[in-house]
Design a protein around this ligand. Structure first.
Ligand code: GAL
Length: 451
């Protein structure tokens, strides 16, 4: 009897493995595919499952515009938009990993270029997209510096960029400043001293239960983004060393000490909200300022807030002349059910039509030179001009995937959120833990940011 049970169990195991194996799609090799034919075939039929994390007001409209335009371009292909909320990608990445392991890789999914995609490459899960870059002339069209950022460690392109945002900004509620009589500096590039003076004055004048700042770090990453801003704003050399894996507890301690000071002005329940709730809190005046990337703009527009009238922007202290670069793009799985449609999706995001609509709605800078400036509003155009200015230095984001692998950046997010939430801001203790994260993840970069 025992023998029969054992044989039946073994059979069941073999069958389940076979089913799991059969469910996996065959991996496609880009070199064996005719991209030109695939892209030009506008009578093709199929389905493209697209995963992304754009659920907040404004960014949701932006991605929906891409889906609609894809439908116009390829009428026989159904584009299914799968939004995994959370921002900055963490939750979506988990979902994509599960799908990949169960043989259901999405045709295309959102990604930041750089370190973030390296683990997929090591597991051979992405389709090489050099042929899209050639077909759509992306090397010629891309804004300066972008080609390098979008070239993977093996020298190939796997990401087609769709938009760029600046990360080192602070948004503030103009009405609140005016009501409280807090003077708004006549310049955007505020110094640390000016920043602390503003925080002090706000703290003294704001009614109980309202605060100069809020983090909205329920998901962890906004706390990490503040950390990277403070690090660059403390000393760009520290930032460069850090992302290159040259750990230094003293430097990280210095950064965290500034973070500790900043926490004095932050709403104590900061981690009970997501970043977009905090943007709402800033609009309603529960907090006066939010440290967030420029993707908060379309959300503010969605809330009828106008730049220069209702809200303003400071450069994060210490980062004047630097542009924190967050590049959004799409990658294509090499083992999905419809790899050709994934290619078509990735191609569609860099077409001029899509770029014009998307950049307008997402209020992001188009990665391509041929997108006309009249698609931008005043603030996005201002950021684009900063980015294009030869004197501006660009730095890659840790939190938004480019400067560090997920294995390091997600642990960093958790650690920094814990630090921000803890009542004991022991900078040296947390600096040691942060440095250990980098050590364990084997962070090793080759960035040259500082002259
Ligand atoms: C970033 C992304 C932005 C915005 C933000 C918040 O990672 O690049 O476009 O989506 O997350 O969700």
């Amino acid at each position: 009897m025992k023998r029969i049970v054992a044989i039946l169990l073994a059979l069941a195991l073999v069958m389940s493995c076979t089913v799991a194996f059969a469910a996996k799609n065959e991996k496609k090799n880009a070199d064996d595919m005719n991209f030109e034919f695939i892209i030009d075939d506008d009578s093709a039929t199929g389905t493209v499952n697209v995963y992304h994390w754009w659920t907040a007001g404004g960014e949701k409209d932006a991605i929906e515009s891409v889906v609609a335009q894809f439908g116009d371009l390829y009428t026989g292909i159904e584009a299914k938009s799968n939004a995994i909320p959370g921002g900055a990608g963490g939750a979506m990445v988990m979902k994509v990993k599960v799908l990949q392991q169960t043989g259901k890789s999405p045709e295309a999914f959102q990604a930041h270029p750089g370190q973030e995609i390296e683990p997929y490459l090591q597991s051979d899960l992405l389709l090489k997209l050099n042929a899209i870059w050639e077909y759509a002339d992306l090397e010629e069209r891309a804004l300066p510096g972008l080609v390098e950022m979008c070239t993977a460690s093996d020298g190939n392109h796997y990401v087609v960029p769709i938009g760029i945002h600046k990360t080192n900004i602070i948004l503030y509620n103009i009405h609140l400043f005016e009501e409280l009589g807090v003077e708004i500096p006549d310049h955007e590039d505020i110094t640390w001293d000016e920043f602390w003076a503003i925080c002090d004055e706000l703290a003294a004048k704001m009614p109980e239960g309202t605060y100069p700042l809020d983090l909205g770090d329920q998901k962890g990453w906004p706390a990490c983004q503040v950390f990277e801003n403070i690090m660059l704003g403390t000393d760009p050399q520290i930032y460069e060393d850090f992302i290159n894996g040259n750990y230094n507890v003293d430097d990280v301690t210095r950064v965290l000490e500034t973070y500790t000071r900043l926490m004095d002005y932050v709403a104590p329940d900061h981690n009970s909200r997501d970043w977009y709730h905090t943007t709402g809190a800033m609009v309603s005046g529960t907090c006066a300022m939010q440290i967030m990337g420029a993707w908060a703009q379309p959300l503010l527009t969605n809330m009828d807030q106008v730049y220069g009238e209702d809200y303003g922007v400071f450069t994060f202290p210490g980062t004047a002349g630097w542009f924190g670069m967050c590049v959004d793009g799409f990658v294509v799985s090499n083992d999905s059910a419809d790899v050709a449609s994934g290619i078509r999706w990735a191609f569609s995001v860099c077409t001029q039509d899509v770029q014009e609509y998307f950049s307008g709605l997402k209020e992001s800078i188009s990665p391509y030179m041929d997108t006309p400036d009249d698609v931008y509003n005043e603030l996005t155009l201002h950021f684009k001009e900063q980015l294009m200015d030869e004197g501006t230095k660009v730095y890659p984001s840790i939190t938004h995937g480019t400067a560090m692998p997920w294995s390091a950046s997600t642990s960093l997010q958790t650690q920094i959120q814990e630090y921000a939430t803890s009542t004991n801001h022991d900078a040296a203790y947390y600096a040691n833990r942060i440095v250990n994260i980098l050590r364990e993840a084997g962070v090793k970069g080759d960035w040259d940011l500082v002259d």
